[in-house]
Ligand binder design. Structure first.
Ligand code: NAD
Ligand code: MG
Length: 382
């Protein structure tokens, strides 16, 4: 890894990570200052030199002008649409506003939708692209760490409904992803930490070397060191691309994409209990969820205690949320249990979990006794 890191520093050339799927393949381009080179990077992949950029109110003032200027350099014309920042934006009403506007302006089939922003913009714009005229070409320019390592890779798009998160959606693969780590310089630290939790997750699922890299370089990532960020994004994207390539539409019952939910069953319960109101970011909930998944694995005698302690130590060393008791809210064990039972990943009424035999050895199981889950939650502070 040191050698790769040096070459990144020396060359300053973006790194291209191919994502190879059954019917298509595309590159995730990772590097610094990519937005200012977007015209040159995108011209070869766009079917038409015309795009509609969808972005949010935090990202637009920082990066929109730069993107439009860079596109114009290679003759790509653009129009932009802004949505409010935040999870509430991933809704039917906003979807309707965007598609109305796009149709009103008479979009052509080869015009691309470009998502410039975090996962909210990516999921919403992606769903607009997936459905408008039965599918418009789509480009992701993720600007949060979470969206660079997670939501921009894999083709899942969608919006929330009153019945739950991400319940309306489609698989729609992008033509290209530009992960410009320079944009992370303006990201609030909490958001950076939340994205970092998903990187740690990738290591814990199936890449022990990535977790070991995190132990060594995690502090540099959170200090927004551009080389460390680029390395982290590259490794996490490579991991997700491998998983997605093997199970594009989450059809494998065990393993496959389901493994990406390590820490998420617990995490979602915490988020749901707070009503998804932003007090706890998704990645913060996942950070605690990772610890809980290892604690449950240890309690069931499936994982050495030393591995759980290593996970704990890493999260605590970086000041990441690690335990329910670290939060300043009270959680009732039964309420958390109820959320887990309602989780959409539940099948035939049994609690399904991603557990681990050790660091980098996650697996799915549907045989988890509720009492063990309850004990783990109580021991952690609920
Ligand atoms: P987000 O898009 O809400 O971004 C977080 C905040 O950072 C927002 O306020 C945003 O305006 C701001 N922001 C974005 N880029 C910035 C920058 N460079 N500088 C300063 N501020 C910036 O949240 P997120 O964490 O990126 O994404 C979360 C969403 O992603 C959720 O809706 C989740 O469901 C979705 N998601 C989707 C997938 C998938 O596979 N499609 C995977 C994981 C998560
Ligand atoms: Mg997640």
């Amino acid at each position: 890894t040191t050698r790769v890191m040096e070459s990144l520093v020396l060359s300053r050339r973006p790194l291209r990570l191919p994502v190879t799927l059954a019917h298509t393949s595309y590159d995730v381009v990772i590097g610094t200052n990519l937005i200012s080179r977007a015209g040159a990077l995108l011209a070869p992949v766009l079917p038409q030199k015309k795009v509609v950029i969808i972005t949010d109110e935090n990202v637009a003032p920082r990066y929109l002008e730069q993107l439009e200027a860079a596109l114009a350099e290679t003759g790509i014309t653009s129009r932009s649409l802004r949505v409010p920042a935040g999870e509430q934006t991933k809704c039917l009403e906003m979807y309707q506003k965007l598609t109305d506007n796009i149709l009103e302006h008479g979009i052509e089939r080869r015009t691309s939708i470009v998502a410039l922003g975090g996962g909210v913009v990516g999921d919403l714009a992606g769903f607009v692209a997936a459905t408008t005229l039965r599918g418009l070409p789509f480009v992701q320019i993720p600007t949060t760490l979470l969206s660079q390592v997670d939501s921009s890779v894999g083709g899942k798009t969608g919006i929330n409904t009153r019945w739950g998160k991400n319940l309306l959606g489609a698989f729609h693969q992008p033509l290209c992803v530009l992960a410009d780590v320079s944009t992370l310089a303006t990201l609030p630290r909490r958001e950076l930490v939340a994205g970092y939790a998903e990187i740690v997750k990738s290591g814990l699922i199936g890449d022990e070397a990535l977790f070991a890299w995190c132990e060594e370089h995690g502090a540099a990532v959170l200090d927004q060191d551009p080389e460390a960020l680029a390395m982290a994004v590259q490794q996490a994207c490579a991991f997700k691309a491998r998983v997605v390539a093997a199970d594009e539409r989450e059809q494998q019952k065990s393993n496959g994409r389901a493994l990406l939910n390590l820490g998420h069953t617990f995490g979602h319960a915490l988020e749901a209990e707070l009503g998804y109101d932003g007090r706890l970011l998704h990645g913060e909930a996942v950070s605690i969820g990772l610890n809980l998944a290892f604690a449950l694995s240890v309690r069931l005698g499936l994982c050495p205690r030393a591995d759980m302690e290593r996970v704990n130590r890493h999260l605590e060393a970086l000041g990441m949320p690690a335990h329910i008791r670290d939060l300043s809210y009270t959680f009732h064990t039964q309420a958390l249990m109820d959320h887990m039972q309602r989780d959409k990943k539940m099948q035939d009424g049994r609690l399904s979990f991603v557990l681990a035999h050790g660091i980098g050895q996650a697996f799915t199981t549907r045989d988890v006794p509720a009492t063990a889950v309850r004990e783990v939650l109580e021991a952690d502070g609920s």
